[in-house]
Write a protein that binds this ligand. Sequence first.
Ligand SMILES: Nc1ncnc2c1ncn2[C@@H]1O[C@H](COP(=O)(O)OP(=O)(O)O)[C@@H](O)[C@H]1O
Ligand SMILES: [Mg+2]
Length: 378
Amino acid sequence: MDHSNNRVVDREHFLRRFLDHVIGDESFGLLLLDRRFRIVEVSSMVCAAFGRERSQLLGREAGGLFRRLPDPLPVDRSLLRGGSFRNRSYTCRIGERKREWVLDGDLLRDEGKAIGAYVIFRDVTHLHELEEQIRRSDRLKMIGEVAAGTAHEIRNPLTAIKGFIQLLQRPLAEREMSRELDYVEIVLTELERVNSLVGEFLLLSKPKKVELQPIRIGKLFEEMLPMLRNEAVMHGVSLHYEVKPDLPPVYADKEMLKQVFLNLGKNAIEAMDKGGSLIIRERRSPSASGGVTVDICDTGPGIPEDRLDRIFDPFFTTKEHGTGLGLSICQRIIHELGGSISVRSGAGGTIFSVAIPAASVPGQELVSGGGALPSDDV
Ligand SMILES: Nc1ncnc2c1ncn2[C@@H]1O[C@H](COP(=O)(O)OP(=O)(O)O)[C@@H](O)[C@H]1O
Ligand SMILES: [Mg+2]
C-alpha cells in the first residue's frame, strides 16, 4: 500500500473542502485574481458586498468593478506589481447594514513567479462596535466622576439662592412691584433648569447601591403610565401599551428601570411635535438567556443614519433646550443591569429596544460601590 500517495490525496481533499468552506463563509472573505487582474475565485461574503452572484463575477476584470462600487474597494492593479498591504480598512453597505472590514492583499507566486494576487477580507464590525462602546463608557465614567464631585457643590448654593429669592416674592407682591415679581419668576424658572440639569448629571454618576430584585415589567408600567400619558396628552400624542401576559419577571433595579423608560418615552414624545403615536410593547427576548425586551416605538421623523452613531454620546442633542444626557443615562443604567439597548430608525419612526435579563437568581441583591444616588431636590 502506498501510504505517501494516500496522504497527498487526503491533503488535497482536505484543502479543497477548506476552500469550499471559506468560499461559502459569510464573515470571512477571499478574492483570487489572475495576472491580468481578473477574478479567479470569490467568496460569498465578497459577492454580497458587490451585490452580484459568484457566477457573474468569475472571469471579470476587477479594477473597473472595484471602482464602480457604491463604496469603491481600495484595491487596484498596483497589487500585481508587488504593492502588498495589510489591515486596510473598508466600510461597505450590505442592504441596510453598514459593515467594517479589514483587507490584506499580496502577490500569489508559483516558484518565485507572480501568477496573480489574493485579497483576504475580515469582518470587524463587531470589534468596532465594541471599541465604540468602551470609548463611550470611558467617557461616561469620567463625566460621572466629575458629576459626583461637583453636582452637590452646585446644588447647595442653588438651594440657598432659591430660598432667598422666594423670600423676596412676598414683599414685592405687597408693594405691587409686578415687573420685579416677573424678574423673580424668571430667576426661579432658570434655577429650576440648572437644577434639573444637575439632577441628570447626578444620574450619570455611578449609583451607590443597585438593588436588583425580580420585577414584573407590566407592574412597573402600571405605575409609570399615568406620568407618560400626561406628557403624551400635552404633546397631542396617543399612547398605547401592549401588555404581554406570562412574561418572566426581570432582574433589575426598579427606580433605575423607570428612569430608562421615562427618558425613552419622553424622547419619543418630543420627537412627535406634530402628534403621532407612542407604542410600548413587551416581548420575550430572542436570546437563549431569556429575559424581556421592551420596544418603545414612535411615529416621529426618525433619526438620520449619520446621527445614529452619536445619539448615545453624552451632551449630544438636537433640541434647543436638550441636555443630551438622557440616552447616556439610559445606556449607563442598562449596562449596569446587565442588559442592552439598541435602536432602529427609518422614515416611519424610531424603535428603541431595551433587553433586560430574566430574574434567574431571585432574592439576590447586588451592591456596588461608587458615588451617591440622587435624592435631594432644591
Ligand atoms: N425617538 C426619537 N426620535 C428621534 N430622535 C431621537 C429620538 N430619541 C432620541 N433622539 C435624538 O437623540 C438626541 C439625544 O437624546 P437624549 O440623550 O435623550 O438628549 P436630549 O433629549 O436632551 O436631546 C436627541 O436630541 C434627538 O436628536
Ligand atoms: Mg432626552
